[in-house]
Design a protein around this ligand. Structure first.
Ligand SMILES: Nc1nc2c(ncn2[C@@H]2O[C@H](COP(=O)(O)OP(=O)(O)OP(=O)(O)O)[C@@H](O)[C@H]2O)c(=O)[nH]1
Ligand SMILES: [Mg+2]
Length: 300
């Protein structure tokens, strides 16, 4: 069940939020409740702005309306839900970018499996030509997904690997090309510029490409995810965010902090290491899975 996956993935965050709120004594004043909500959100790494916004949304609400108002405010910040973009017809190209270890290759592998389940033929561009191990890692996923892999030579220009993969995809009538790029720090301008070059190469190979440029951020890094995301804005024409490792720490609110900082929709989330743990983002499911059990909370 997908719902169980959300609940399990966000368990630590939900518990952290709940434990702060449960700490309220019975008959706590309204201000104390609001303070506790704000603090709990900060503990979950939602960031100052989000915590203050949610608090404000609760300020004039009757105690019995708080759970609903809380969920609505959180969903408003998390949303809207936007589907992954496919080409109207023919080949679709998605690019995955992000800092080292964020989960790009794993996400590319899982997306290949998803596309396969939809009956699409997939080509993966192993455009991380810096590390030999990177190609080996994506090759394992490609095999599982029955996807063809286009590898570059060591140190080959990643833009040319992406270009070749799209040519290959066109030639065989594939449905999807996934371009897995090398991790790079968000403050290294030269490496960031390379992403723009990769995106332009895909557009030359196929008008309309790339259909998605997904920024993969590690949700377990909390507030640092925001700094990462900001660094990548402008380096490549980002279209959406994939927040991975929401299961990794009680920092599931980092998704809201990233969403708040960037005007980009969250499209995917990683709730664990398993193949099924990459799911399409749903603001409702995210908020419901994180929401504390208000019935247990003192002071109401
Ligand atoms: N718990 C958890 N682990 C994840 C998730 N997504 C990825 N991982 C793990 O994070 C680690 C790094 O993932 P990779 O996919 O190799 O990251 P990458 O961005 O390709 O890394 P570089 O290519 O080195 O930049 C792996 O051990 C993954 O299994 C997730 O949603 N939850
Ligand atoms: Mg990788």
């Amino acid at each position: 069940m997908i719902w169980d996956r959300w609940r399990k993935g966000l368990e630590r965050t939900r518990n952290a939020l709940g434990s702060r709120l449960r700490g309220l004594g019975r008959g706590a004043e309204r201000e104390e409740v609001l303070d506790a909500v704000e603090e709990a959100l900060l503990l979950a790494d939602c960031g100052l702005k989000v915590a203050a916004d949610v608090r404000r949304a609760l300020e004039r609400r009757a105690p019995e309306d708080m759970p609903q108002a809380f969920a609505e405010a959180m969903m408003r910040i998390a949303g809207p839900q936007e589907p992954l973009r496919w080409a109207e017809d023919g080949l679709t190209v998605w690019l995955l970018v992000g800092v080292n270890g964020a989960g790009k290759t794993t996400t590319a592998g899982k997306l290949a499996m998803m596309a396969k389940a939809m009956g699409k033929s997939v080509v993966i561009a192993a455009a991380d030509t810096y590390r030999a191990a990177a190609t080996a890692q994506i090759a394992v996923w490609a095999e599982r997904a029955g996807a063809e892999i286009v590898r570059g030579a060591e140190r080959q220009d990643p833009a040319s690997v992406a270009y070749q993969a799209i040519e290959r995809g066109k030639a065989k009538g594939a449905g999807l090309v996934l371009v897995d790029t090398a991790g790079r720090l968000h403050n290294r301008q030269g490496l960031l510029d390379e992403l723009g070059k990769i995106a332009r190469a895909t557009a030359r190979a196929l008008p309309g490409a790339p259909h998605e440029v997904l920024l993969v951020v590690d949700g377990a890094t909390g507030q640092n995810a925001v700094a990462q995301a900001q660094g990548f804005m402008g380096a490549a024409p980002l279209t959406g965010i994939c927040v991975t490792k929401l299961d990794g720490a009680a920092k599931g609110g980092s998704l809201l902090a990233v969403r708040e900082a960037l005007s980009l929709p969250v499209k995917l989330v990683g709730l664990g290491e398993g193949i099924e743990d990459l799911v399409v983002f749903s603001p409702e499911e995210y908020v419901q899975a994180m929401a504390p059990n208000w019935a247990e909370i003192g002071g109401r």
